[in-house]
Write a protein that binds this ligand. Structure first.
Ligand code: AMP
Length: 186
């Protein structure tokens, strides 16, 4: 049986990049609700239309919407032997729904990549400047961070009491952080 991983970390911690590479290394699907939602927005589906403004503000899309996406995705054959969840669950209600639907073993390890707030804002603003991303204004970034601290960060405790957390220091080069995650997973 493959791994059932969850990646947790604040926006700007490099979580998405790491998640993609780890999933590739382990040969499991990388399931990112952010990617799925961005695709829906790009395709202008009904779901995408509902999610667009919420995502632009850095708020969370309603639980029912993302949960339906994830349950559908986990039913695909490639997820039968493990997966890496990136961006879901993102609050306690989603974590409860996930465990209620599939049982506590739905996640074997929650990888918590940590970077402190001021460093994150600096990184995200720099990226926004380099890529000309007007959507990443400082207000939106700060809102994303506060949503993370209030809604998502408590999940680290949720999984810690279940003895499933691997803490990883997210400060360093992509390769350094990648190495730390790999070491934490063996
Ligand atoms: P991400 O790429 O994971 O940072 O996700 C981008 C945006 O998609 C977030 O800021 C949320 O608006 C939305 N989103 C992604 N995953 C979830 C989730 N599990 N619950 C609610 N909203 C989500």
């Amino acid at each position: 049986m493959g791994r059932k991983l969850l990646f947790l970390g604040p926006p700007g911690a490099g979580k998405g990049t790491q998640a993609q590479q780890i999933a590739k290394l382990l040969g499991i699907p990388h399931i990112s609700t952010g990617d799925m939602l961005r695709q829906a927005v790009a395709d202008e589906t009904e779901l995408g239309m509902q999610a667009k403004a919420i995502m632009e503000a850095g708020d969370l899309v309603p639980d029912e919407i993302v949960t339906a996406l994830v349950i559908e995705r986990l039913s695909q054959p490639d997820a039968a032997c493990g997966y890496l969840l990136d961006g879901y669950p993102r609050n306690a209600a989603q974590a409860d729904t996930l465990a209620g639907t599939y049982g506590d073993d739905v996640i074997d390890t929650a990888v918590a990549v940590d970077v402190e707030s001021e460093e994150l804002v600096r990184r995200i603003l720099q990226r926004a400047q380099e890529q000309g991303r007007a959507d990443d204004t400082e207000d939106v970034i700060r809102n994303r961070l506060s949503v993370y601290r209030e809604e998502t960060e408590p999940l680290i405790e949720y999984y810690r009491v279940r003895d499933r957390v691997a803490d990883v220091d997210g400060v360093g080069t992509i390769d350094e952080v990648f190495g730390r995650i790999v070491s934490a997973l063996v």
